[in-house]
Design a protein around this ligand. Structure first.
Ligand SMILES: Nc1ncnc2c1ncn2[C@@H]1O[C@H](COP(=O)(O)OP(=O)(O)OP(=O)(O)O)[C@@H](O)[C@H]1O
Ligand SMILES: O=P(O)(O)OC[C@H]1O[C@H](OP(=O)(O)OP(=O)(O)O)[C@H](O)[C@@H]1O
Ligand SMILES: [Mg+2]
Length: 287
């Protein structure tokens, strides 16, 4: 049976369970449940701390897992696990911060103390930058570290920036990592071929959910003579569907387009002669 790790709490937990539900998998109803067997799909879900997901997958104990890219980097599992795909939620940037006006670049931190809960990630990054710093490990609430005198700067996850602002701090220097929830996979020998099939199916299902979330179906009528111009604007994923109409000078076009660009594309198509432009959302997909 395929084994999949899901964050049991924290910023990624709800959205991770939601995407798996949307992909047709059973998810736990009770927050205290640690394991859930989805017999129908042949998957066993393990609810683990998001920080620990990389450890289990890296050792091949669990086949696939959902975690944050920053957490995966921090765990420093350099062999045994790899990122399969970004999942589009839990977006945040891992950044340096300090009281307003104190530093302008990471170079200013040579010889300084930096507090973080992500010491693996931070030490790796500063080593790469060849800037010698002292990393101070804390378990949370790192925004207080400078005021309380345990560090000169901090490195933490920034989403809205509200937490930093409330603490009188600002970000500075190069953003260290753009994070989001990711699917990771064990890269070692899998126990059985059945697992590999199940893993491939789960990956395809998640890709299908992401496509359904990020694309819409656009349909319109256009004169045959304008067809090349409009299909260049909406090329679709593979190629647009062209159907004939009763009036043989006109055709109907169907194409998937990024949801974010819906209005911009409708404007462009209209200007190129397309009419009766309709947009519908995609409930599910397999691409
Ligand atoms: N506003 C946010 N705050 C914290 N983490 C966030 C936020 N937005 C996205 N994330 C992502 O969520 C993951 C951290 O999850 P989580 O909050 O469970 O960890 P944690 O803060 O270490 O745990 P906890 O707060 O339960 O001790 C990281 O991948 C991080 O990038
Ligand atoms: O930019 P923002 O939207 O303000 O979000 C970022 C803050 O949220 C997280 O803290 P969390 O609430 O998880 O507390 P923790 O430090 O105890 O993990 C993170 O560590 C930042 O402090
Ligand atoms: Mg947290």
């Amino acid at each position: 049976m395929l084994r999949v790790a899901v964050p049991n709490k924290g910023a990624l937990s709800e959205a991770a369970m939601e995407i798996l539900k949307e992909a047709g998998y059973l998810q736990r109803r009770d927050r205290k449940e640690l394991v859930l067997v989805d017999e129908e799909n042949g998957v066993e879900f393990f609810y683990l701390r998001p920080k620990d997901v990389a450890i289990y997958v890296g050792q091949g104990i669990i086949d696939l897992g959902i975690t944050g890219r920053d957490l995966f980097d921090d765990a420093q599992v350099t062999t045994g696990a790899e990122e399969v795909m970004g999942l589009g939620f839990g977006r945040a940037t891992f950044r340096l911060a300090a009281p307003q006006g104190r530093f302008t670049s990471e170079q200013d931190l040579a010889g300084k103390r930096i507090a973080t809960t992500y010491d693996g990630l931070l030490e790796g990054w500063f080593a790469q930058q060849q800037i010698p710093v002292e990393v101070v490990h804390l378990d949370g609430a790192v925004e207080s570290a400078v005021r309380l005198g345990v560090a000169d700067a901090i490195a933490d996850v920034v989403e809205t920036g509200n937490t930093l602002k409330a603490a009188g701090m600002e970000t500075f220097g190069t953003p260290i990592l753009e994070s989001e929830a990711i699917l990771i996979s064990a890269t070692g020998e899998r126990s059985s071929v059945g697992d590999q099939n199940g893993a491939d199916r789960l990956i395809r299902r998640l890709q299908g959910v992401l496509t359904a979330r990020h694309y819409v179906m656009m349909e319109y009528d256009v004169r045959r003579t304008d067809l090349d111009a409009v299909t260049a604007v909406t090329p679709g994923l593979e190629s647009p569907t062209i159907s004939s109409l009763a009036d043989e000078n006109w055709v109907a076009v169907r194409s998937m387009v990024p949801a974010k660009k819906t209005n911009q594309l409708m404007d462009e198509l209209y200007e190129l002669g397309a009419r009766a432009i309709l947009v519908t959302s995609i409930k599910a997909s397999r691409v």
